[in-house]
Design a protein. Structure first.
Lengths: 491, 137
């Protein structure tokens, strides 16, 4: 029964927040409380799944291949918990960063709409229902990215909306082809039937369409251009929320689909995905290194980091998948944290442009520390979680004898370090430039939120052992899709 | 545009359309119709009114805010899943009850109808919200 809560709680919160949209103070307080509750529920699910195996229920009591199933395995429970934790942080951060007009124009209900879509996508076991949750999530994000309606935001949101619609067309066409061929929409049932299917052609074409759709949504190599063109336009709290959640849903879905549906031509998919992963991480980081706007550097970084996650998918051993899951969780925390720290820089010095920044280390050492922790984590410096994520990915790569991609991953790590050091040198280390913009003040709630997240990043590094154990179990579940199929179809 | 014919038509069509939308809503479970179409008809009644009298006057003539109507609809749809939990079934299971059993007036009502009412309000509210803001331009 607890499995329906990650969907109905955000819906309930959204309704409450719509009714109370005029009372700003209530909105701010309630949304923090609500996100804490959501995290608590997701965490309970995580514990439940870890102890009792994969959970599945049939809302409406319509049995498995016909009704819509809700399934939580460890991977989805981990992702839900991390997403709602990022939700708490962003909810604490928002009152200190987003202006009052935006906050009363429906910002808080929309965030819960987004979280509902994200949780739904993590938890559903039905192909078409997955599409619906994607739309719920995207519709909320469309409004969030355009909220406030400045000219720059509208420019960014047009690109964002258009490319996501195109991706949705691919998504639905693939669902149609698959349904026409196999005759079911339940993901477990579909996977079970595909394992005895004798005509791979239609299935492969549908899978390729799915792959295109999700590589648009998670910004893989040929399709990444929309992300840096739109992510830097809304206020930083919204960008941070997007960076922490949206692309990762695409990554999650790719893992789920690869595990369930790729039964033919595994050789081809391995090479294909690893090639794209290598290209994504390398091109992403090169483009990041050439930028001068903090938001743009970090946006290109998202792309590069998605490459690492997809690399774990291409390797597809329990170690590789576990590394990728650990890396995804670390990335959701650290990436959000760098964005939030960038927001603090903006509040302090009034600019995101590295040319106009400088001297922050001397003026505000604590702000510098708040950026330093997640940035070093992203670069993969040992006591921080990014190191363990990369370590497991590279270990998985060696074990699977994929030496080339492993070499690319290590090389990319160097460039990541370079671009993080670039922000560090320019914004914090170098002397303050002559023509400084107007100085601002850092809002305390934004500062608290960023510090909490930085503390979480450090804690994840310290307690990497238990987290990796859970990730390894999740990896086992992904590598052995029979567990998922049996849990849903009750065989 | 002020057209006396349109205004009179709109004034009389509004209650008619709302009544029809309720019928469509009720018969929706087993026959063509349902909350979505009913909600569209309900919204259409007010859009017609707004075309005849203008958005401002229409907004004054309704006692609710379309956003609140949508939120209310979502809430009702959510609540319709709860009786199943109280009766020990899984969330959203359809629970039916027959009133006046055995008489001519036999009436079968259940939680799917409550869900449809929620959809009805949500769709109507959303349609009015979108159309009013487009027509205001």
């Amino acid at each position: 029964m607890i499995l329906v809560l990650p969907i109905i709680l955000p819906l309930l919160f959204m309704v409450v927040l719509i009714f109370t949209r005029r009372w700003l103070a209530f909105q701010q307080g309630f949304s923090i409380f609500a996100s804490i509750m959501l995290t608590f529920v997701s965490f309970l699910i995580l514990i439940d799944v870890q102890q009792n195996g994969i959970l599945a229920i049939q809302p409406g009591s319509w049995d498995a291949p016909y009704g819509i199933t809700l399934v939580a395995d460890l991977f989805s429970a981990i992702m839900m918990t991390t997403t709602s934790f990022v939700g708490i942080i962003v909810m604490i951060y928002s009152p200190g960063f987003i202006d009052k007009e935006r906050q009363t124009a429906g910002y808080y209900p929309l965030v819960y709409g987004l979280l509902m879509g994200v949780n739904g996508a993590f938890i559903t076991g039905d192909l078409f229902n997955l599409y619906v949750w994607y739309e719920v999530m995207l519709t909320s994000s469309f409004v969030l990215i355009a909220l406030g309606g400045s000219a720059e935001q509208l420019r960014g949101s047009i690109k964002y909306v258009t490319i996501n619609f195109v991706a949705s067309i691919f998504f639905v066409s693939a669902i149609g082809i698959l349904y026409g061929q196999v005759g079911t929409l339940n993901m477990a049932d579909l996977a079970a039937k595909m394992r005895t299917w004798d005509e791979p052609m239609y299935i492969n074409s549908a899978l390729m369409l799915f792959f295109i759709a999700f590589s648009v949504k998670s910004a893989l190599v040929p399709f990444f251009f929309w992300l840096p063109a739109s992510y830097h336009t809304p206020p930083m709290a919204i960008t941070a929320l997007f960076a922490g959640t949206l692309t990762k849903v695409g990554v999650y879905t790719m893992f789920r689909f690869y595990s369930l549906f790729v039964v033919f031509d595994q050789q081809f998919w391995t090479i294909f995905i690893l090639t794209l992963a290598g290209l994504t991480m390398f091109i992403g980081v090169l483009m990041a290194a050439s930028q001068f706007d903090i938001r743009k550097i970090l946006s290109f970084h998202i792309i590069s980091q998605v490459g690492y996650m997809i690399m774990g998918l291409g390797i597809f051993t329990a170690t590789g998948i576990a590394g990728a899951i650990f890396f995804t969780v670390h990335n959701m925390l650290s990436k959000t944290n760098t964005f939030l720290a960038g927001g603090l820089v903006y509040q302090q010095s009034g600019s995101y442009d590295l040319k106009y920044l400088g001297g922050l280390y001397k003026a505000k050492p604590f702000l510098a520390l708040l950026f330093f922790i997640p940035a070093m984590s992203l670069a993969g410096i040992p006591p921080l979680p990014g190191f363990f994520g990369k370590f497991f990915l590279i270990k998985g790569g060696f074990e699977a004898q994929q030496y080339f991609i492993t070499a690319v991953a290590i090389l990319t790590g160097l460039f990541t370090l370079f671009s993080m050091v670039k922000i560090w040198n320019e914004a914090y280390w170098k002397k303050e430039p002559e023509e400084v913009k107007e100085r601002g003040k850092v809002h305390p709630s934004a500062l608290i939120a960023t510090s909490l997240l930085a503390a979480a990043v450090i804690l994840m590094g310290i307690f990497a052992g238990p987290v990796i154990d859970i990730c390894l179990q999740a990896g086992e579940q992904i590598v052995n899709p029979e567990m998922y199929i049996n849990a849903v179809l009750k065989r | 545009m002020e057209s006396i014919i349109l205004q009179i038509a709109a004034r009389h069509m509004r209650p008619l359309l709302i009544g029809l939308s309720l019928i469509v809503l009720y018969r929706g479970h087993n026959e063509p119709g349902g909350g979505f179409i009913g909600g569209l008809m309900f919204g259409a009644a007010y859009i017609l009114y707004a075309m005849a009298f203008g958005v401002v006057k229409t907004q004054k003539s309704i006692f609710f805010n379309p956003i609140n109507l949508t939120a209310l609809g979502l809430l009702i749809a959510l609540i319709s899943g709860l009786p199943a939990i109280m009766l020990g079934d899984i969330f959203m299971t359809g629970e039916w009850y027959t009133f006046f059993q055995g008489t001519m007036m036999e009436l079968k009502l259940g939680t799917p109808l409550i869900f449809d009412v929620g959809v009805y309000f949500a769709v109507a509210g959303m349609l009015m919200l979108v159309m009013f803001s487009i027509m205001e331009e």
